[in-house]
Design a protein around this ligand. Structure first.
Ligand SMILES: CC(C)(COP(=O)(O)OP(=O)(O)OC[C@H]1O[C@@H](n2cnc3c(N)ncnc32)[C@H](O)[C@@H]1OP(=O)(O)O)[C@@H](O)C(=O)NCCC(=O)NCCS
Length: 153
């Protein structure tokens, strides 16, 4: 667990008491705006992943989070997915704090690079945090444009 004066970031367990709240934030931020949802099959595939969530330090609600998975990754790599911050709290540093904690966890896993398929609308966020385009190829995922990015730790 890491914290600053406003935020606490911690790992939650798959299927544990906070997991449903994390799924509902992701659904609200990442799926409903696209007319999509997270299926039981999507969620079942996340059982072995690291689920990091941020809470305001003066409250218990989950305000953001991300997932790190080693599934289908090369040795020394981890894939970051489902990066989401509550719309009411975007552009207040929650996302940056989550990315910093993701690096701490990745190093703990012995990982040397974090890869991610990022939404075109979020490119500036990842560039600001030291992620680089892998090949510049634009592709469609969950109906919208994405790019492959990487950060070497
Ligand atoms: C993208 C997202 C995770 C960023 O989290 P956030 O908490 O809003 O971002 P932060 O406040 O930590 O931003 C850190 C820096 O990233 C950059 N940044 C963040 N959002 C940006 C935007 N929309 N446009 C341009 N730069 C942006 C800025 O440099 C920012 O620093 P600044 O506010 O001091 O200028 C969040 O806005 C979000 O959940 N968006 C909707 C879902 C989404 O697109 N998720 C990403 C999936 S790949």
């Amino acid at each position: 667990m890491s914290s600053n004066s406003n935020l606490v970031v911690e790992e939650i367990s798959f299927g544990g008491s906070d997991f449903a709240e994390w799924v509902s934030l992701r659904t609200k931020v990442l799926r409903e705006p696209l007319g999509l949802s997270l299926s039981e099959e999507d969620l079942a595939a996340e059982a072995d992943d690291v689920h990091l969530v941020a809470r305001a330090s003066d409250g218990r609600a989950i305000v953001g989070g991300l997932i790190l998975t080693q599934k289908n990754c090369a040795a020394g790599q981890v894939k970051m997915r489902q990066v989401a911050v509550d719309p009411a709290l975007q552009r207040q540093g929650v996302g940056a704090f989550l990315l910093a904690e993701a690096e701490v966890v990745a190093r703990r896993l012995g990982v040397v690079e974090i890869v991610a398929n990022v939404r075109e609308v979020a490119l500036e966020f990842y560039l600001a945090y030291g992620y680089e385009l892998v090949d510049g190829e634009r592709f469609i995922e969950v109906t919208i444009p994405h790019y492959r990015m990487v950060k070497v730790l």
